[in-house]
Design a protein around this ligand. Structure first.
Ligand SMILES: C[S@@+](CC[C@H](N)C(=O)[O-])C[C@H]1O[C@@H](n2cnc3c(N)ncnc32)[C@H](O)[C@@H]1O
Ligand code: SF4
Length: 469
């Protein structure tokens, strides 16, 4: 298994820094392929419903449900999520009515013998609304579907609103995994990003969840004002001591042209790329020293975690809800404003404004604003990009065999020229031989750049993405 020492040299050395300077450029995050920037408005409600019907006959056979609650009582200035500052109760009532109605529309087209392997509540802040709303939707699911034996039922929670009775309620509804958005323990950092501190001590929260057999992910963000490599190391050391099942350290994505509140952070000074790398390295060390393993660049899990096991067998997947194993991966049917459904061959995204979403559901039962249907060629590119981003490798022979094609056919579809890998080989980031590419540990820092070589949709003039490193 990988150890941080396998990076082979000091991440904060001049050598690594010059690599960062070389490869740091705007590029897709590849949480989907094609990226959401390619979704188009010619895809509408009818297309979506037809594809939902068709999805019953395709794999993955499992069902994943995603519910989006956009509401937050206060806007954190670093936030890159789709949020809506808290509305009055009557508006939330209407929003949840719309979610239930959208669920009923889609559920009538789904084959009820398919099992649910994932339910995910994201936001915004789903735990800032009354649990009665969540219970209502979860009961609707239970009336219509059966869960797989190891179904993951998860929610993203902001600790500023987590109370003991709420944790008890989450357990009684059936939640078995909670992501707690800590971001940083340091109250000064939280103040600079306009974020309320945790209501209860974070250690206490973890104990309360564990008492209920609920697994916990702790989410952190590095690259925020007020953070230093040392302070972030302290943060992750404290996290590791708490022994959550997973630790997630997101690199702060600064996109003020999309999220105008992020501009406010610039006045406090954002850490530069090298300082950020120091934070990443310290977090990596702290997690490794305590026996966590790296999943992709930003997740850490215990060796017996299903994600670690899937990675070891090159079977790790990713959807909009995060990493998943073969067992938990389902086609994603998403509900709520801005949510993205991810069927085997298509994406469909709902309109962004909660008000428009409520109106659309009232009149049509669905609220699709845009989407993308993948061609056979796109599906191959999707598989290739996913393989690189999740499993740090690519075996073109295996993909050609699976598709009963020649490797040269696959290369043509990808518009791939092996010479474009030379800079990565020369910089010691990958190996490529007999059509098999392996990303070296240090190369993981540049996964997005490596994946971009295999992306035929890129024009070379991308500017509206966050930086790749
Ligand atoms: C839907 S969000 C937040 C859930 C919940 N509202 C909270 O604040 O804890 C899920 C996670 O995305 C991460 N995140 C949000 N904005 C980000 C940004 N600009 N860059 C990187 N990660 C970000 C945070 O770690 C956050 O916990
Ligand atoms: S970070 Fe979480 S709580 Fe803060 S604004 Fe974003 S979604 Fe809301």
């Amino acid at each position: 298994m990988l150890s941080y020492k396998d990076f082979g040299f000091n991440l904060t050395s001049t050598e690594t820094y010059s690599l960062i300077r070389k490869y740091e450029k705007p590029g897709p995050r590849y949480t989907s392929y094609p990226p959401a920037t390619f979704f188009n408005n010619s895809f509408g409600d009818k297309d979506y419903i037809n594809l939902v019907k068709d999805s019953n006959r395709n794999s993955p056979e499992n069902i994943s449900f995603y519910f989006h609650i956009p509401f937050c009582p206060q806007l954190c200035h670093f936030c890159g999520c789709n949020t809506d500052i808290m509305r009055e109760k009557s508006f939330i009532d209407k929003y949840v009515d719309a979610i239930v109605a959208e669920f009923e529309t889609v559920a009538q087209h789904l084959d009820k013998s398919r099992l649910i392997s994932q339910v995910h509540w994201g936001g915004g802040t789903p735990n800032s609304v009354s649990m009665k709303y969540i219970r209502r939707v979860m009961e609707k699911i239970k009336e219509n579907f059966n869960y797989s034996g190891n179904c993951e039922i998860a929610m993203e929670c902001n600790p500023a609103y987590l109370t003991k009775p709420q944790i008890e309620e989450l357990a009684s509804i059936g939640f078995n995994r909670i992501s707690i958005g800590i971001q940083d323990f340091d109250p000064e950092v939280l103040k600079l990003i306009n974020r309320r501190p945790s209501l209860l001590p974070e250690e206490k929260l973890l104990d309360l969840f564990h008492e209920k057999n609920i697994k916990v992910n702790l989410d952190f963000v590095y690259g925020l004002p007020g953070q230093t490599p040392d302070s972030f190391e302290d943060t992750i050391k404290r996290a590791v001591k708490m022994q959550p099942e997973r630790i997630v350290t997101f690199s702060y994505a600064h996109v003020p042209w999309v999220k105008s509140a992020q501009k406010i952070l610039e006045q406090y000074g954002l850490p530069d790329a090298q300082t950020k790398l120091g934070m990443f390295e310290n977090a990596y060390k702290a997690a490794f020293d305590d026996g966590y393993e790296a999943i992709g660049l930003d997740h850490f899990a215990k060796p017996d975690d299903e994600l670690s096991l899937a990675l070891a067998q090159h079977q790790l997947h990713r959807n909009f809800m995060g990493y998943c194993s073969r067992e938990s991966t389902g086609q994603v049917y998403a509900f709520g404003a801005t949510s993205i459904s991810q069927l085997w061959n298509a994406y469909g995204q709902n309109c962004k404004s909660p008000k428009e979403y409520i109106d659309a559901i009232k009149t049509k039962g669905t609220a699709i604003e845009k989407g993308y249907v993948m061609s056979g060629r796109d599906l191959i590119c999707n598989q290739v990009i996913q393989e690189i981003m999740c499993n740090n490798r690519l075996d073109l022979n295996a993909i050609a065999k699976e598709k009963t094609m020649n490797v040269s056919d696959i290369e043509n579809i990808l518009n791939f020229d092996s010479a474009s890998l030379n800079p990565f080989i020369e910089d010691g980031l990958i190996t490529f031989s007999s059509n098999v590419m392996e990303v070296k540990p240090i190369g993981r820092l540049f996964l997005r750049n490596i994946a971009m070589v295999f992306d035929p949709l890129l024009t070379g003039k991308e500017t509206n993405y966050s930086k790749t490193v």
